[in-house]
Design a protein around this ligand. Sequence first.
Ligand SMILES: *Cc1c(COP(=O)(O)O)cnc(C)c1O
Length: 461
Amino acid sequence: MLYISTRGGISPIPFKDAVMMGLALDGGLLLPQSYPAVSKEQLESWRKLTYPELAYEVISRYVDDIPAAALKSLIHRSYATFSHPEITPLIRRDGVYILELFHGVTLAFKDVALQFLGNLFEYILEERQETLNIIGATSGDTGSAAIHGVRGKKGISIFIMHPLGKTSAVQALQMTSVTDANVHNIAVRGTFDDCQDMVKELFGDLEFKEKYSLGAVNSINWARVLAQVVYYFYAWLRVTDETDVPVSFSVPTGNFGDIFAGYVARRMGLPIETLLLATNENNILTRFINSSDYSLGEVVSTVSPSMDIQVASNFERYLFHLFAENPVRVKDAFTELKEHGRISCSPAEMAQVRTDFCSASIDQESTLQEMRDFYTDTGYLLDPHTAVGVKAALDQLSPDSARICLATAHPAKFSETVEQALGFQAPVPASVQELYGKPTRCEIMDADIHKVREFIVSHIG
Ligand SMILES: *Cc1c(COP(=O)(O)O)cnc(C)c1O
């Protein structure tokens, strides 16, 4: 399998090069040249597989430059860190299914992809005798999952900036309690945007980037999307073990990575009835799907902060397919976005969008209400991101279908909001309890690019 760019500016490259490239050199996103088809018979033959075995079947279809035994071992190690034997168990509650994606080390679904990516990086770097210095900014979830994905790994150092005092307490501890020599936390006296701007500036200095082999772990890496395709297959197989009604998925969406993985699963032949894209008040994607309006607004802070995003970076992957794989059309769309703050589509394109997705935007009041209602009705505690998806599913999807709601975080990770909605604290898992009192390491710095750069240079492995 070879990989191409949505902007058409690179010649096709193999999987390992696509993983190391991250963002395509022409500024586009990397995609496989085709989606391998999975036949009905093949799908049936996967029923007995464990999660890691299924992951191997799905992932290996996109990887032909890592030997089978090595890829298997890498996948098994990635999911051995999960605390549930099924990795992503499916729970049935009151007319919906909850796909629990939060049994990884940092209690959010990002572990599913970043444990795999960390092992993949280590494998490729060792083979190539290279090193990598990962630099990133986080508002909480991605940074902690990335740190846990690469802690203690050979050939990799990681520098993660977070805004001091502006993440949840658990998120901060999940980062600063990692004291491995290759992990460097920087708490910036400033906002997430200050952190993000400094990362952009460091990557913009091409000489610096080259000299220090800088890399990123944000959600544009194809390997992250690929790892997430697996749980759509897994959940579909579990539901259809017991029923043959149509299967739909509701996906709380920010950067469009998670739901794009569902789109890929469907392109491979998985019979998904509806892909429901759920947003909070940051609803540009809902406006686009429902009223053809892709115009940029201001980012609003909500109780589901990991979805507080206006420009969803993975959306470009879908646009490439929507625009009949024409990179010129993709480039024109992003020029229009830059110059006029919007992207326009033809009526035929919009008709296609509405066959691919449906969408709903759930405001904060309804989110908190759903957390209360769902708990009252079922005794199950939803985190605020998952609640957005559950509310959207109950509003939009037929009760005659199997409505699978992706549970993207454990409620204890957002205990402040659980308390606001329900008046009590979410039970704290042992792994979180242990964080309190652990030694921590974190450099507190001003939002000063010169100081940050100096710190990075003096701590690079
Ligand atoms: C990252 C994240 C999301 C959004 O996922 P995307 O792939 O960015 O659409 C939703 N919920 C939680 C808890 C997250 O951490």
